[in-house]
Design a protein around this ligand. Structure first.
Ligand code: PMP
Length: 318
């Protein structure tokens, strides 16, 4: 769908997958004016196709749009794009454990000009790709590298938006993580509070059963995290969103106050963190069963194996 120079979204068009033609002066290529979402479609045992909390992705895309000076796509248009893609490409939704169709909605500034200002001509696209487990080792605990030198986002920056610039900033630290034999990188803010991983939120489980997750305006508000915390509340756990300093993390693990640390996101679902590594330390992380139990509960809902008490699923193929 395109947003024209005069404003207003045009009729959507479904076309075969292929290259996009862009003017070399298209604003997105120079100023990074673009946003995206990540969402999955799941095939249930009866063959039907469902997605999980798509209204939340639609609203987050609107929040990202506001921050990036892009026009907001109305929620019904977002949902319609998911349905239309499934109507054409529904056969691509795989079945089986951890299998899904990953849906990637994105919007970018198409207008060609060289000055720095918000573009008036914008395109919204949706593409999809079948997806399996995110980490090659399945749900084995992941190792995390502390990025000391680099930040992903700053106060007042674009950290809470899902925009390419944040990911561009995370590529070099992510390479550093690989060089140090870690799977993922964790970012701190300027006050050394924990932010998030390159593509996942972090949750700490305290020994009194409280789940604590960093809250700040420089991290992405994960939909998986919100859902996992809701499932934990349903089980009687307390949850807190607040600043968590890096020292609190290390000391909490050392003293036994923190009994589990896990990461969560649409792609990896819920993954325990097994190791935290920095330039001059290596902390083993405590392991427990809560993360894996919550993961099971969440995936059971997503794949239609457990009652969807919160009304989180939306059927796409009917
Ligand atoms: N943080 C970042 C930086 C991410 O890219 C993602 C994945 N979208 C998340 C957190 C988790 O968000 P969600 O649970 O909505 O996928």
């Amino acid at each position: 769908i395109c947003w024209s120079v005069n404003g207003g979204w045009h009729r959507p068009r479904v076309s075969p997958y292929g290259p996009i033609t862009l003017d070399p002066a298209a604003a997105v290529l120079h100023y990074g004016q673009e946003i995206f979402e990540g969402i999955k479609a799941y095939r249930h045992a009866d063959g039907s196709v469902h997605t999980f909390r798509p209204d939340q992705n639609a609203r987050r895309l609107q929040r990202s749009a506001r921050r990036l000076a892009l026009p907001e796509l109305p929620v019904p248009y977002f949902l319609q794009s998911l349905r239309e893609l499934i109507a054409v490409d529904g056969a691509w939704v795989p079945s089986g454990e951890d299998q899904s169709l990953y849906l990637r909605p994105f919007m970018f500034a198409k207008e060609a000009f060289l000055g720095v200002r918000p573009a008036h001509k914008v395109a919204y696209y949706l593409i999809a790709s079948p997806a399996g487990p995110y980490f090659p080792r399945g749900i084995a605990p992941v190792s995390i590298w502390l990025s000391e030198e680099y930040a992903r986002a700053g106060k007042g920056g674009t950290g809470a938006a899902k925009t390419g610039g944040n990911y561009a900033a995370s590529l070099l630290p992510q390479s550093e993580a690989y060089e140090n034999e870690c799977d993922q990188v964790v970012f701190l803010d300027q006050d050394r509070n924990v932010e998030e991983l390159g593509g996942m939120n972090v949750v700490f489980v305290y020994k009194d059963g409280t789940l604590v997750t960093p809250q700040s305006d420089s991290i992405l508000e994960g939909i998986t995290r919100d859902s996992i915390l809701q499932l934990a509340v349903d089980r009687g756990h307390k949850v807190e969103g607040r600043a968590v300093s890096f020292d609190e993390w290390r000391q909490g693990v050392a003293s036994g106050d923190i009994v589990e640390v896990f990461a969560c996101g649409t792609a990896a679902v819920v993954t325990p963190i097994g190791l935290l590594k920095g330039k001059d330390f290596l902390d083993e992380q405590p392991s427990g069963t809560l993360a894996l139990e919550l993961r099971q509960e969440l995936t059971d809902i997503q794949y239609g194996r457990r009652e969807d008490k919160h009304g989180w699923l939306l059927r796409l193929d009917a």
